[in-house]
Design a protein around this ligand. Structure first.
Ligand code: ARG
Length: 438
C-alpha cells in the first residue's frame, strides 16, 4: 500500500502529542499524503504556536490552529449542562463533547483545503474513534476517514519514539505520564496504567486539577452562581463569559478538593473500563443547575427531564451529536430552561460541594404553602377528600384481591410463586431436582 495516495491531501486532527506527530510523518511517508494538520484548542492545548511549529517539523505542509474555546462552551458545554447530561449518572462528558467539535473543525479544514481524506489518532478500543467517525460521517459523508492508530501504523510507544527521532520530530524529554489523559475546559479524563485494577485506589499523581481533600483548606468557601435561562452568567455577582467562568470554578472548587470522579463505565465498544475524571466546574454547575430547577420547574418536568437527560448523555457518549435525535431532545431541553434564572449558593469544603441556598424570580416555592409556622395558607381540610380519591384504587384492590395479609410476618412477603422457571437454553439438560422451591 506504499504511497498509494500520492498527490492527495489528508487533514489530520492534531494534538501536538507523540502519536499524532508520528502520524503526520507516517501518513506522508507510508501513504504518500500531503498532510495538513488541524488543531482546535478546547482549553488545554496551551501554546498554539508551538503546536503549529511542531506539526510543520513533523512534516505537515500546513498547520491550522484555532482557539475554539468559546464555541465549545456555547454550543457543546452549555447545552449539555442544561440537559443535565451525565453519562451513567456521573461523567460530565468532557471528552465526549469535545470530539464532535474537533470533527467539525476537521471537516471545515478539509473543505478549505479541497481534501477528500481526513484522519485522527484514535485507537480501535475507545469511544473517541466512534465519535470522530460518526461526526465526520454526519457532516460530510463523502469524506474518507483514516485512523492510522487503528490499523496500518502499528507501532509500540518505543517504536514511535524511534520513528520520531529518525524523522527529526521533537520528542519531549519529560517522562511520559503513566496514564492516558484527555483534557479540555470541561474536564480531565484519565485512564490506563495502574488505574486498570478497579480495586486499587487512584494514586495521587493521577490528579492535576484537584487538591487531596484532606489537604484542602480547612475553611469552607461559598460562591454564588447566577444562571440566566439555564446558562451560568455570573459568580458572586460578577458577570463572566463562559470560558473565564468555568476556569474560575475549576480553580476554586479544585482547590477545595471538589471535582473527582472514580468510576467503572461502559464503553460503546462493549468494554467496561475504570475511569478517573477531574471536573470541578462541571460537577458544581450540574449540581447548581439542578438545584435551581428544583425551585422553578414543575414535578412533571423534573421527572421527564431526568429521562431526557439520560437519553441525551447516551447520545453524546455514543458519538451521535450530529443527529436528528439530538436536535429534537435539545429543543425540549431549551424549552424547559425558560424559567431557570436565579442564583444558587454553593459551599465547598474538603472535597465536598453542597447547595446551601437558591432563589429565583420565577420560584414556585411558596412559603405560605410550605410553612409549619404562622401564616399557613394550605387548606388542611381539603387533604381528606384528596386522599379519599387518590387511595380509591388501593382500597378497591384490597377488598377484592387481598394482596397484603394481617397478623403474621409472612404477610409481609412479596409473593414469589408466580415466577415461572426459565426455559433451559438449547443444548443444556436440566436435572430433575432443579425445580425452584418456594
Ligand atoms: N472514557 C471517556 C470517554 O469515552 C474518556 C476518554 C478519554 N480519552 C482519551 N483519549 N484518554 O469519553
Amino acid at each position: 500500500m506504499s504511497r498509494r495516495y500520492a498527490g492527495e491531501t489528508c487533514v489530520l486532527a492534531y494534538s501536538g502529542g507523540l502519536d499524532t506527530s508520528v502520524a503526520v510523518a507516517w501518513l506522508r511517508e507510508a501513504l504518500g499524503f500531503e498532510v495538513v494538520t488541524c488543531t482546535g484548542d478546547l482549553g488545554a492545548t496551551g501554546d498554539l504556536e508551538a503546536v503549529q511549529r511542531k506539526a510543520i517539523q513533523s512534516g505537515a505542509k500546513k498547520a491550522i490552529v484555532q482557539d475554539a474555546r468559546d464555541i465549545f462552551v456555547r454550543y457543546f458545554v452549555w447545552p449539555a449542562l442544561q440537559a443535565g447530561a451525565l453519562y451513567q449518572d456521573r461523567y460530565p462528558l468532557a471528552t465526549a463533547l469535545g470530539r464532535p467539535l474537533l470533527a467539525k473543525l476537521l471537516v471545515d479544514a478539509a473543505r478549505a483545503e479541497g481534501a477528500r481524506f481526513v484522519a485522527h489518532g484514535c485507537t480501535g478500543k475507545g469511544n473517541d474513534q466512534v465519535r470522530f467517525d460518526l461526526a465526520v460521517g454526519a457532516l460530510a459523508p463523502d469524506l474518507t476517514v483514516i485512523a492510522p492508530m487503528r490499523g496500518g501504523m502499528n507501532m509500540t510507544r518505543e517504536e514511535e519514539i524511534d520513528y520520531a527521532r529518525r524523522h527529526a520530530i521533537p520528542v519531549e524529554a519529560t517522562k511520559k505520564s503513566p496514564y492516558s489523559v484527555d483534557e479540555n475546559l470541561w474536564g480531565r479524563s484519565i485512564e490506563a496504567g495502574v488505574l486498570e485494577d478497579p480495586w486499587d485506589a487512584p494514586p495521587r499523581d493521577v490528579f492535576a486539577w484537584t487538591a487531596e481533600p484532606d489537604e484542602a483548606p480547612a475553611k469552607a468557601v461559598e460562591v454564588v452562581v447566577a444562571f440566566a435561562e439555564g446558562i451560568p452568567v455570573a459568580l458572586d455577582g460578577v458577570h463572566l463569559e463562559g470560558v473565564p467562568l468555568i476556569r474560575r470554578l475549576n480553580e476554586l472548587a479544585g482547590t477545595h478538593g471538589v471535582g473527582r470522579i472514580d468510576m467503572v463505565e461502559d464503553r460503546l465498544v462493549g468494554i467496561k473500563s475504570r475511569e478517573i475524571y477531574e471536573a470541578p466546574a462541571a460537577l458544581v454547575l450540574h449540581q447548581a443547575a439542578r438545584a435551581l430547577e428544583s425551585l422553578v420547574l414543575t414535578k412533571e418536568v423534573i421527572r421527564f427531564k431526568a429521562r431526557v437527560a439520560q437519553e441525551y448523555a447516551e447520545l453524546v457518549y455514543n458519538g451521535l451529536w450530529f443527529s436528528a435525535h439530538h436536535q429534537d431532545l435539545a429543543t425540549y431541553v431549551r424549552s424547559t430552561q425558560r424559567f431557570v434564572t436565579g442564583e444558587v449558593r454553593m459551599r465547598f469544603a474538603r472535597g465536598t460541594s453542597a447547595v446551601v441556598g437558591r432563589r429565583s424570580p420565577h420560584s414556585l416555592y411558596q412559603t405560605a404553602l410550605a410553612t409549619y409556622g404562622k401564616g399557613d395558607a394550605f387548606d388542611h381540610k381539603a387533604s381528606e377528600g384528596f386522599i379519599t380519591v387518590f387511595g380509591l384504587p388501593l382500597r378497591t384492590q384490597a377488598r377484592t384481591q387481598a394482596l397484603w395479609g394481617e397478623g403474621s410476618e409472612a404477610a409481609l412477603e412479596i409473593p414469589r410463586k408466580a415466577l415461572a422457571a426459565p426455559s433451559a437454553p438449547a443444548g443444556t439438560k436440566r436435572s430433575a431436582g432443579a425445580k425452584r422451591k418456594r
